[in-house]
Design a binder for this molecule. Structure first.
Ligand code: GDP
Length: 337
């Protein structure tokens, strides 16, 4: 928990200096939805923001069991050892909002990486809706970049909505697939493949290596089908093994190439500006929804109306109007007003 009072200038200074203890505190602060914390968080982020923007931001998705943690563990170690990067791992797990715990970004599943000085692994924030989790993660990225982490990996699970949220905060989206799970077809159905900038078929080792190559070829064909734009960059489909580390270099190269491609034709800036626009509206919507959910007077009105719904004393239409009026009355006293 965040212990009050929070000295924002001190926290900012320590985060910029890379203090792990303060980074953890800053992350806890952005994960809180308490109005007093939000105010401090905004002040902190305003001061940290000028120190961000240079990191390589990568989203990583795949169905549970695709090998995301194993991949991140291996790739993260490589990036530190061979490229001298500092690696931050964040996670967006919508199920954590229900279970209160996250299977993503779990330190125990990335033990080697989490124990390194050059890495920082943070599990998905819990509580609230996906919008809230995404907001916290987006802000956590600012903290990590300002603290000097020049690669930020954002892990998410392959279920659709969370991919869209993560795609909205990274430069390059890597989809991890495995041969024989049929997830490539599910991926097409859910439109996840459309979000992918790089695809890698993981577990291409031992007896599985051949299947992985076949799967990569099938996926490559599928990728052409989902892309209607003939001029569009061809999405590379590679194979790799997080066990033997074979192919990991090529996957990283494809990520770097994609970023270079974005920078070359100016679309990195366009993409980031568009992401800013999305975040702007996300934040406005989030604040309104959160106030609607938490304001006591609105809640009291809502409870009364909900209780009356079955009895036909209140119709949903009238009830909605009444709740909105209660909200309108509450607005002048809300923290953001
Ligand atoms: P996640 O749920 O996507 O994070 O998947 P995990 O990283 O937990 O991996 C799921 C299972 O696949 C574990 O038993 C891993 O040991 C195994 N696994 C992960 N990567 C590889 C790989 O490259 N090759 C093989 N053979 N198994 C792997």
């Amino acid at each position: 928990m965040v212990t009050m009072p929070i000295d924002v200038p001190e926290l900012v200074e320590q985060v910029l200096a890379g203090s792990r203890q303060h980074i953890a505190r800053a992350l806890t602060l952005v994960e809180s939805s308490k109005p007093a914390h939000r105010e401090k968080a905004r002040e902190m982020l305003r001061r940290l923001a000028p120190h961000t923007g240079d990191a390589i931001r990568v989203g990583i998705s795949g169905v549970p069991g695709a090998g995301k943690s194993t991949f991140i563990n291996a790739m993260g170690g490589k990036l530190i050892d061979e490229f001298d990067y500092k690696v931050a791992v964040l996670a967006v797990d919508p199920s954590s909002t229900r279970t209160g715990g996250s299977i993503l970004g779990d330190r125990t599943r990335m033990g080697d990486l989490a124990n390194r000085d050059e890495a920082f692994v943070r599990p998905s924030p819990s509580g609230g809706h996906l919008g809230g989790v995404a907001r916290a993660t987006r802000e956590a990225m600012i903290v990590m970049e300002a603290a000097g982490y020049n690669v930020v990996l954002v892990e998410t699970v392959g279920v659709g909505q969370s991919e869209v949220a993560v795609a909205g905060m990274v430069d390059t989206f890597l989809m991890l697939s495995v041969a024989g799970t049929g997830d490539q077809l599910q991926g097409i159905k859910k439109g996840i493949l459309e979000l992918a900038d790089v695809v890698a078929v993981n577990k291409a080792d031992g007896d599985n290596a051949g299947n992985a190559r076949v799967s990569a070829r099938d996926l490559s064909i599928a990728m052409k089908l989902v892309s209607s734009d003939a001029d569009k960059r061809r999405v590379p489909v590679l194979t790799c093994s997080s066990y033997t580390e074979e192919g990991l270099d090529d996957v990283w190269q494809a990520i770097v190439d994609h970023r270079a491609y974005l920078e070359e034709d100016g679309s990195l800036q366009v993409r980031r500006t568009e992401q800013q626009r999305e975040w702007l509206w996300n934040m406005v919507r989030n604040e309104i929804l959160e106030s609607l959910d938490t304001d006591l007077r609105v809640q009291q009105t809502a409870e009364r109306i909900e209780a009356g719904l079955g009895t036909e004393a209140t119709s949903a239409l009238e009830g909605a109007e009444e709740i909105l009026r209660a909200f309108a009355r509450a607005v002048p006293n809300l923290p953001w007003a």
